[in-house]
Design a protein around this ligand. Structure first.
Ligand code: AMP
Ligand code: TRP
Length: 334
């Protein structure tokens, strides 16, 4: 059985340091390890339209995410980069899998419960079936593993359930995909409320570091990050969530372990520590921004990468979808 990796990110606004450290950076690492047959990385635009959005912003965000993937180091000769809606099999498999997904299990999804209460124009049925589409994204390439951040674990578990259910009902076809969640950086927290995840939809600007923040803004945001008053730089998520989050961020950005950083900053003040955290973040983000600006100027290249990616992804998706439909009693001529 082939060993394929699949993952995606929604083009729904400015990406945060959490997206980079929890997800994209890990994709690049896996790309370099090259322990896979195919690696599909897509722009999850069909997921982004499950909540209200502005079409012209979405069109921009799709291109921006493509440029950002490349700026962060994804290499189109090693991974297949494409836009989800350009491979129509995604929508089709999403529908087919709905027939074996239960409303009850979808209503239990934490992300659905969180997003549901934030909707002002009514809750779209696609918001409820979002995890089924996500399961489809994964099964369409018969993924062996799915690199994601911690917040997607529940969706991954549902994808495993749906995959198993399909195999039991219609005969073996799908792998049971495993989540690849890295330890440090799996959940970067808000700078203003370190018990909450850093999120691109946080209305509080200071809560998140965005990948397009200027150096000055990054430094200011870290300097004003919420900490505690006991003055000790030690990793303790429960009692010191702010400091623990900064330690995790710096560990990810500097490549040093949390333990090493604790030793390095023994006896140091929070001000000094925050400056060092900011330096490590700036060193990571600024070079990405430079590449990103260049890439955005080169629309022909971006389009070529996405066109090629969609052709390749379609080839795999089509074959798998046909096998699936055959098992379900569809596909009259096969
Ligand atoms: P989203 O922003 O929900 O489209 O997430 C895109 C990817 O980034 C997913 O793999 C998430 O798990 C990951 N991610 C988002 N926010 C964070 C965060 N604060 N910390 C770590 N990973 C994150
Ligand atoms: N739901 C994911 C998120 O918000 C994005 C996503 C869509 C995804 N389809 C996927 C991630 C398939 C991994 C595999 O982050």
């Amino acid at each position: 059985m082939s060993k394929n990796f699949v993952t995606g990110i929604q083009p729904s606004g400015r990406l945060t340091l959490g997206n980079y450290l929890g997800a994209i950076r890990n994709f690049v690492k896996l790309q370099e390890e090259k322990d896979y047959d195919e690696f599909f990385v897509f722009i999850a635009d069909l997921h982004a339209i499950t909540v209200s959005y502005n079409p012209s912003d979405l069109r921009q965000n799709i291109k921006k995410l493509a440029a950002l993937y490349l700026a962060c180091g994804l290499d189109p000769s090693k991974v297949t980069l494409f836009v989800q809606s350009e491979v129509h099999e995604h929508a089709e498999i999403g529908y087919l899998l709905q027939t074996i997904s239960y409303i009850g299990e979808l209503e239990r999804m934490t992300q659905y419960k969180d997003k549901k209460v934030k909707q002002v124009e009514g809750v779209s049925s696609a918001l409820l079936t979002y995890p089924v589409l996500m399961a489809g994204d994964i099964l369409l390439y018969n993924a062996y593993a799915v690199p994601v951040g911690l917040d997607q674990k529940q969706h991954l578990e549902l994808a495993r359930t749906i995959s198993e259910r399909f195999n039991n009902k219609f005969g073996d076809l799908f792998n049971i995909p495993i989540p690849l969640i890295q330890k440090t950086g799996a959940k970067i927290m808000s700078l203003q409320d370190p018990t909450k995840k850093m999120s691109k939809s946080d209305p509080l600007e200071k809560a998140s570091i965005y990948l397009d923040d200027s150096e000055d803004v990054i430094r200011k945001k870290i300097a004003s990050a919420v900490t505690d008053s006991d003055g000790i730089i030690k990793y303790d998520e429960k009692n010191k969530p702010g400091i623990s989050n900064l330690l995790a961020i710096m560990a990810c950005c500097s490549g040093k372990s949390i333990q090493t950083l604790e030793n390095e900053f023994k006896g140091a003040g929070y001000g000094e520590f925050k400056k060092a955290v900011a330096n490590s973040v700036v060193e990571v983000i600024i070079p990405i921004q430079k590449k990103y600006e260049e890439l955005l100027k080169n629309q022909d290249y971006l389009n070529k990468v996405l066109d090629d990616g969609a052709i390749k992804a379609s080839y795999f998706a089509k074959k798998q979808l046909s096998k699936m439909k055959r098992k379900m009693g569809l596909e009259r001529k096969k």
